[in-house]
Design a protein around this ligand. Structure first.
Ligand SMILES: Cc1cc2nc3c(=O)[nH]c(=O)nc-3n(C[C@H](O)[C@H](O)[C@H](O)COP(=O)(O)OP(=O)(O)OC[C@H]3O[C@@H](n4cnc5c(N)ncnc54)[C@H](O)[C@@H]3O)c2cc1C
Length: 390
């Protein structure tokens, strides 16, 4: 062990979670090493995300974490003078089915209890915020005007820069290949050419979490599940909110399809396929564009001439119940898993980073213990992950 290779905390994975976590940890005066396997930060799921950011969940842990994230995203420009592409306008869930209406209206009391700015709008109200939306059978929907969108690439660069200013040492092209554990305590990590020491290690490896659990002798149930996204050529700004469409498309009933207009005018979109595509493959599938196009045009017919510029496929790091994992790894003192962010890791990232910092500093955090325990590795993972997909 030498002083050069010794840190207070090592963060493994410079993605949606690891990059802001390293930044917050360094702000506490800790010596932080951020290790990334790819050639630069944000190259995992982070760059695949379409940048939707909302605090309006039904799960208390996600609400509190995303409230913190929203505070970080919305004040970034003012605090650091750097544009991260924040676009307000909220999230809108238009509703065409009575069952879904009852479900969304049933969530409102919990959401309001947490102080969330969300309301039910009638069909005219929804048509006012989503101009050109199909009115046939439209029952209304929810709108949460405080939510919005951010550029995932700009945010990653901004967190990395701010981290560097606070002293984070970033090393890229250094995948962690093993962990040093002695007498049930973490001592450091191994890469192909180096070994680094720290009494605390944060595992923020996203879709690769299962393999890192194995290296530590623990089961971390994260399965990569691929989703596709795309972006159009710019059009005149007309769409303030990010829209989540949950009604049935040509492929039958799917979880949802969501899209928005970024502040430079492009329409950006993503959908959850009917059939799960598990694994690390990121090649585009032929089913995506036809389904996507028909759903988009069915919902907003005026978009029928939209020119699509680019599509891509990325990974949702899914847990069996759709909730993130944020817990000390059992049997390995000092190792903290912050993985399994599902379809919401970009919006959870800064909040999770702040919570990790509280846990490492050993102080009460953003999440009260009874809420933090819902993200534990020892919870019952039995439920279905429907709420984790947009
Ligand atoms: C199409 C699509 C659209 C999405 N849209 C949204 C959205 O609108 N809003 C939202 O909140 N979320 C969205 N998501 C989900 C979001 O992208 C993920 O939940 C989030 O990026 C996960 O963050 P993470 O930090 O856990 O993983 P990542 O961002 O993937 O970071 C993990 C990092 O660990 C690195 N790594 C892995 N193994 C090692 C190793 N051995 N050594 C060193 N480094 C390693 C990886 O290279 C990677 O950089 C979307 C996802 C997809 C695919």
């Amino acid at each position: 062990m030498n002083e050069k290779n010794t840190y207070d905390v090592i963060v493994v994975g410079a993605g949606s979670v690891g990059t802001p976590a390293a930044m917050f940890l360094a702000a506490e005066g800790l010596r932080v090493l951020l290790l990334e396997g790819a050639a630069s930060p944000g190259q995992g799921s982070n760059k695949a995300a379409i940048g939707g950011v909302r605090a309006t969940h039904s799960d208390p842990a996600k609400i509190l974490l995303c409230q913190k994230s929203l505070e970080v995203f919305t004040t970034w420009h003012e605090r650091h003078g750097e544009d991260i592409g924040w676009k307000p306008g909220g999230y809108c869930f238009p509703v065409y089915e009575e069952g879904l209406r009852d479900q969304l209206q049933g969530m409102l009391p919990t959401q309001k209890k947490f102080g969330l700015d969300i309301d039910w709008l009638d069909a005219d109200g929804i048509a006012g915020v989503v101009p050109g939306i199909e009115r046939r059978d439209l029952l209304g929907g929810t709108l949460s005007p405080g939510d919005g969108q951010v550029s995932t690439l700009k945010a990653s660069v901004a967190f990395q820069r701010e981290g560097a200013r606070r002293g984070v040492e970033l090393r890229v092209k250094e995948p962690v290949v093993g962990y040093a554990v002695r007498a049930g305590r973490i001592e450091g990590v191994r890469t192909a050419n180096n070994i680094y020491f720290a009494p605390r290690v944060v595992i923020a490896t996203g879709a690769d979490a299962l393999a890192h659990g194995r290296m530590l002798g623990a089961h971390i149930p994260v399965t990569p599940d691929s989703h596709e996204a795309g972006i159009s050529a710019p059009v005149e700004p007309f769409l303030p909110p990010l829209v989540v469409d949950m009604h049935e498309g040509p492929e039958g009933k799917t979880a949802n399809f969501y899209f928005g207009q970024v502040h430079s005018g492009q329409i950006i979109f993503c959908y959850t396929p009917k059939r799960a595509f598990l694994g690390h493959n990121r090649e585009n599938l032929s089913e995506f564009m036809p389904v996507l196009a028909s759903r988009l045009v069915a919902l907003i017919p005026r978009l029928r001439n939209l020119l699509i510029r680019r599509t891509w496929r990325g990974l949702y790091p899914m847990t069996p119940d759709g909730r993130p994992i944020l817990d000390w790894v059992p049997g390995v003192e000092g190792a903290l898993a912050a993985v399994g962010m599902c379809g919401q890791g970009f919006m959870l990232g800064p909040g999770v980073g702040a919570q990790i910092t509280d846990m490492i500093m050993g102080r009460p955090g953003l999440l009260p213990p009874e809420i933090l325990s819902t993200l534990s590795l020892s919870r019952n993972f039995g439920a279905t992950p429907s709420e984790a997909l947009a």
